[in-house]
Structures are given as structure tokens and as C-alpha cells.
Design a binder for this molecule. Structure first.
Ligand SMILES: O=P(O)(O)OC[C@H]1O[C@](O)(COP(=O)(O)O)[C@@H](O)[C@@H]1O
Length: 275
């Protein structure tokens, strides 16, 4: 892994990567409740919030919208992706090279590996190529480490998530993005399995502010380095209050309760120290 604390996608050792590749991965259905967010410029605007250290998008969105925001946001280009129209074993087509991502201004690259899929072997070979090329450009590599496929039905089981972080470490990722395994203990184990590599939590479908910030707090207390989140942020009509909360929980290590204004600053600090 690279020493990436000086990378623009890291702030005080932590990251909040705003993911917006859902139009490809899930389709326009994810935008049904917030049709105005179909305009990528709106999500780039959200990414200008101080809490956000990078926006993660596919090549086409990067080409079209990053030039207007290059002074205000850091860019993570996702190098592979699959649509929900694909009905086969989990796989992800490589649709952008590291060289092209660097050319259009990427500060980092992202790549999905579905460990356990029938396509794991090819995906890992593709990851080798992009990881080594990214080293030449000095670009951090974020692995969307999502074990799934064949017999792997529950992709958030603690043993699956700790395997996901370890797999990312062993294959040379700089940050592993994994689903939350359901408890602080399980997340702490997954982080230990990652050695010194950073682990960020994947956001998941939209939940309440309370539930989401509590899970994020648990991730930070477990040794996690932040999150890569999409729907929980941009599916909110006004994402700013939640991003303010994420800033408190992730960078200031406040409790979720304090971030939501439900407990005093002193209580929050005490809890953070004890935690
Ligand atoms: O494959 P899944 O689990 O449906 O989710 C894929 C999506 O989740 C992410 O990894 C994270 O986004 P969310 O925070 O909205 O879950 C996206 O980058 C991606 O589009």
C-alpha cells in the first residue's frame, strides 16, 4: 500500500468519498425520489462540502462535469462497473484505463472486485494491471471489495467482510471499501485484518440520520477511516445537515448523538475518549 495520508482524498487520516456511479450500477431507479439529482452537477455541488474528500464517478460523468469543479472537488474515477441489466455471475467490465483517468484529472482510482464470483480470477488479474499502473502515476487505489456470487448469499457476514478487507490488503489496495458487517466487533476485526491499510464503510440504502451516523460512529470507533457513501447523502433533498454530522463524527470523532445535537459537547468528548 502507498503512504496516502498526504493524498488529497485523505483529510486527517480519514476519507469521505461521495459515490455517484449508481446510474450505471443500479439504473435511474435510484433517482426516482430525487429526480433533480439526475443532473450530475447537483451531486458535484454536494461534493464541495468540506467533509467530502473525493467524488467517485464513472468516466463519462468525470469527462462531462469534473472540468467545472476541478478547483473544488477531488476526483476518484471508477475504472470498472456493471449495470443491473447484467444477469450473470457478478462481474464488472473495465471501462477506463488508469492512464486516461490520470489524463482527465483523477486524484485516485476505484475498482470493484467480487471475491467468490465465478469471475474472481479475471477480476483479480485486471486489478493487478490497474494497481501496478496506478503506482506509476502515484494514484491511490480504492477497492470496492464486495465478495458475492455462487454460494455467497450474505455478503455482509462478519467472516465475509474480514475476508474482503484482507483480500484488498493482499492484492495491494490502498483503501478497501466494504459493507458494514453488522456490529462494532465485526468491523474492528475486519479493520485488524486489513493491517495498516485504510478501511472505509460502504453507505448502503438510505436510512435515518440517527441510524446512519451511529453506524458511521461505530466504524470510526472500530478503526475505520471513514466512508464511501452515495444514496444516504445525495438521496436527501438537502444533504448538508447530514454532511455536517459526518464531519463531526468522522474528523472530530464526536458521537452520533452529539453530532445530531442530542447530547452535550462534554458528554460527547467523554464518550469518545472512553470509546
Ligand atoms: O452493488 P450494490 O451493493 O448494489 O451497491 C453498489 C453501489 O454501492 C456503492 O458502492 C456505494 O453507494 P451507496 O452508499 O449508495 O450504497 C456505489 O458505489 C455503488 O453504485
Amino acid at each position: 500500500m502507498l503512504p496516502i495520508d498526504d493524498s488529497p482524498i485523505v483529510r486527517d487520516g480519514k476519507s469521505v468519498i461521495l459515490a455517484m456511479d449508481h446510474g450505471l450500477e443500479h439504473g435511474p431507479v435510484d433517482f426516482e425520489d430525487v429526480p433533480e439529482k439526475l443532473d450530475p452537477a447537483q451531486v458535484f455541488e454536494t461534493a464541495t462540502h468540506d467533509a467530502v474528500t473525493a467524488i467517485a464517478v464513472q468516466k463519462g460523468i468525470a469527462e462531462g462535469y469534473y472540468p467545472s469543479y476541478e478547483n473544488d472537488v477531488n476526483l476518484l474515477v471508477k475504472l470498472n462497473g456493471t449495470s443491473n441489466l447484467w444477469m450473470g455471475e457478478p462481474d464488472s467490465a473495465v471501462n477506463c484505463s488508469v492512464e486516461y483517468a490520470a489524463e482527465i484529472g483523477a486524484d485516485a482510482v476505484g475498482f470493484t472486485v467480487y471475491g467468490g464470483s465465478n469471475h474472481e480470477i479475471e477480476m483479480v488479474e485486471e486489478f493487478r494491471e490497474i494497481q501496478e499502473e496506478a503506482r506509476e502515476y502515484g494514484l491511490p487505489v480504492v477497492m470496492w471489495s464486495y465478495p458475492r456470487g455462487q454460494g455467497l448469499k450474505n455478503d455482509t457476514k462478519p467472516s465475509t467482510i474480514s475476508y474482503a478487507t484482507r483480500l484488498a490488503l493482499e492484492l495491494g489496495a490502498d483503501i478497501a471499501k466494504v459493507k458494514y458487517p453488522g456490529s462494532r466487533e465485526a468491523m474492528a476485526h475486519a479493520c485488524r485484518c486489513a493491517g495498516d491499510m485504510k478501511v472505509v464503510m460502504s453507505g448502503g440504502s438510505k436510512t435515518s440520520d440517527e441510524e446512519f451516523l451511529s453506524t458511521v460512529e461505530s466504524t470510526i470507533r472500530s478503526g475505520g477511516s471513514g466512508l464511501a457513501v452515495g444514496r444516504n447523502v445525495w438521496q436527501r433533498e438537502d444533504p448538508t445537515p447530514l454532511l455536517d454530522g459526518l464531519e463531526s463524527v468522522i474528523y472530530e470523532e464526536q458521537t452520533a448523538g452529539a453530532a445530531l445535537g442530542n447530547e452535550s459537547e462534554a458528554d460527547a468528548t467523554d464518550a469518545a475518549i472512553e470509546g
